[in-house]
Every structure is written in structure tokens, then in C-alpha cells.
Design a protein around this ligand. Sequence first.
Ligand SMILES: NC(=O)c1ccc[n+]([C@@H]2O[C@H](COP(=O)([O-])OP(=O)(O)OC[C@H]3O[C@@H](n4cnc5c(N)ncnc54)[C@H](OP(=O)(O)O)[C@@H]3O)[C@@H](O)[C@H]2O)c1
Length: 326
Amino acid sequence: MKAIVYHKYGSPDVLKLEEIDIPTPKDDEVLIKIYAVSINGSDREGLIGKPLYARLGGLRRPGYPILGSDIAGRVEMAGRNITQFQPGDEVFGEIPGYHGGFAEYACAPERTLARKPAGMTFAEAAAIPQAGVIALQGIREKGQVQPGQEVLINGAGGSAGTFAVQLAKLYGAEVTGVDNTHKMDFLRSLGADHVIDYTRANFTKNGKQYDLILDLIAHRSVFAYRRALKPNGTYFAVGGSVATLFQILFLGPWIRRTTGKNIRLLAVPQNNKDLIAITELCEAGKILPVIDRRYPLSEVPEAMRYVGEGCAKGKVVITVEQNHKT
Ligand SMILES: NC(=O)c1ccc[n+]([C@@H]2O[C@H](COP(=O)([O-])OP(=O)(O)OC[C@H]3O[C@@H](n4cnc5c(N)ncnc54)[C@H](OP(=O)(O)O)[C@@H]3O)[C@@H](O)[C@H]2O)c1
């Protein structure tokens, strides 16, 4: 099969189109013929090997040579313990370990897959899994956003952020989106009531406080986040610098005890229950996967460059088979 392969961390130039063997599914996996795969922040991190947690699979070189986790396609072969799917089924979901999707075929366990809704294209389905589940956990499941609450989303114009802004609005919050200069109108179009350009303003220093902050790109001190929270407010760090994540891990419990402000890391396990829940909201038209651009598999380096240069608004999707409706 064709796959986009890399053997060292670096710029998109290290990504090469190669011909490699089709993977063999384990007993609890299905082999999927991929029609679409979307790019997440985790792919960019896995490419450059930063922050340090992106090197968990391999400190000096990538532990797995293919990036891409959010796939949509058709089941080609099912392992002997698979009960929910059979060859021919249209499925989508997230490959555990954030790898394997920039290819014509990949294997995934059924616990992270769901049936692709008939009314949704493969590209739309591939845009949902990781980003949609992060947003669902951060805003609804753990964030428990209530009508009238003030919610800030940092990194609001990226993959998970675009779902989070829409979800927070759906549940009645007053939403502030923080992102790069050229995404301000885009954030408003998603429903954000207020926007902050991170290149010009620091949301932790403007005197405003929020009930919930969902931070997709945490890089400040834990004390700055404490300042930006209302009494009893909650701050969730989803990704960001290792220094900040460690501070939150070690000082978060102390801040909770002494101030009542809830500062935590948000770990989001890959699972098909949340995937189905967020997809139902998309099917009902209550929120939408926002696809900025599509590229063919051979142009993954260009797609990663577009994302890495901060151009993307929402999701970028790789379409793998051009003769199918994606
Ligand atoms: N906790 C978990 O269990 C879990 C699971 C999966 C993934 N993750 C993590 O989730 C994180 C977010 O993923 P994603 O896919 O949403 O990322 P993404 O698509 O890259 O979006 C990040 C957004 O943040 C913006 N941004 C960059 N610097 C910023 C700053 N200083 N202030 C505000 N916004 C800024 C980016 O815009 P520009 O590029 O234009 O600057 C971009 O729009 C990743 O770090 C990933 O590793 C966590």
C-alpha cells in the first residue's frame, strides 16, 4: 500500500510517500481501507517531536513511522474476536497511539470505532473523532457547562477548539475564543460572543474571570490560570508545554484545596461512546465538523505545512481514494 512515512522528527520535508506492506489485524482489530484521514494538533506534535510527550513512543526517533489517527473508511478484514463489524461496513474513529492513518490501510480495535452515518461523507466523519471527543469531554462531560456560564477556549480556531466553541454555545454559555489574528472572524462565525487575538492580548491579564477555561495550548504559569478563574471555576489543560502541564499536575491539587479553583489536566481516553454522542449532535445539525481544506494522500507534507504555519481554520482532511465520494 501507499503510505506517508517518516523516520526522524522534523519539518514536513521528512515525510515521504512510500510503498509498504498492508498491516495485518490482530484478533481484536479490523483492517480498514481508508478513504479519509484528518489532521490534529497531535500529528503536528508527533512530526516535530515537541512537546516532549510527543516522543513517548520514541525519544530519538519516531516509534511508529506513520502519523494520522482519525480515519474513516471501509472494513476490509475483521480479527477473530471482532463482534460489531464485518467486511464492507463503513466505519470511522481514532487509531490508538495517534498513528497509522496516513496510508491506504490501517488497523484499529473496535472499541475506538463507530459506524459512519449514511448521511455523512468520509471526510466529515474523519474530521470528528479526536477533536470532537476532546470537546465533548471538556465542555459537556467533565466541564458540565450550564446556561449563562462564561467559558473561554484557548486555541479555539483549531481542531478541538472549533468543536468546543460550538458545543459551549449549544449548552448556553457566553463564549470567548482565543486564537491567532486571522481567525477572529472565523471564531465569530462559529458563535463566539467574544474573541481575543493571542498575538496582541493575554487573556490572563485583562481582569476577566471565567467559569470554565478549556486550554488546548497551555503554556503559562498555573498562577496566571488561577487569576483568570472565577471562585469555584474550572480550568482544563488538554495539551501544551510540558513545564505547564507538570505545574498543573503538582500545584493544581494545592490550588484546589486553598482557593476552591479547580485546575486540572484533562485526559481524554479514546472511546466510541463519546464518539457516537458527538457524531449524533453533528447528524442533528446542532454542531458541524468544520473542514478548511482537503489534500490527497501524496500531499500530506503540504497539508502539514499548511497546518504548521497556523493557516488552518478548523480541520484539514486527507482524502485517500479519489474515486470514492469523500
Ligand atoms: N489530553 C488528552 O487526552 C489529549 C488527547 C489528544 C490530543 N491532545 C492534545 O490536544 C492539543 C490540541 O489539539 P488540537 O488538535 O485542537 O490542536 P490544533 O488543531 O493544532 O489547534 C491549536 C490552535 O491553537 C492556536 N494557538 C497556537 N498558539 C496559541 C496561543 N499561544 N494561544 C492561543 N491559541 C494558540 C493555533 O493557531 P495558530 O497555529 O494559528 O497559532 C490553533 O488554532 C494537542 O496538544 C494534543 O496533543 C490531548
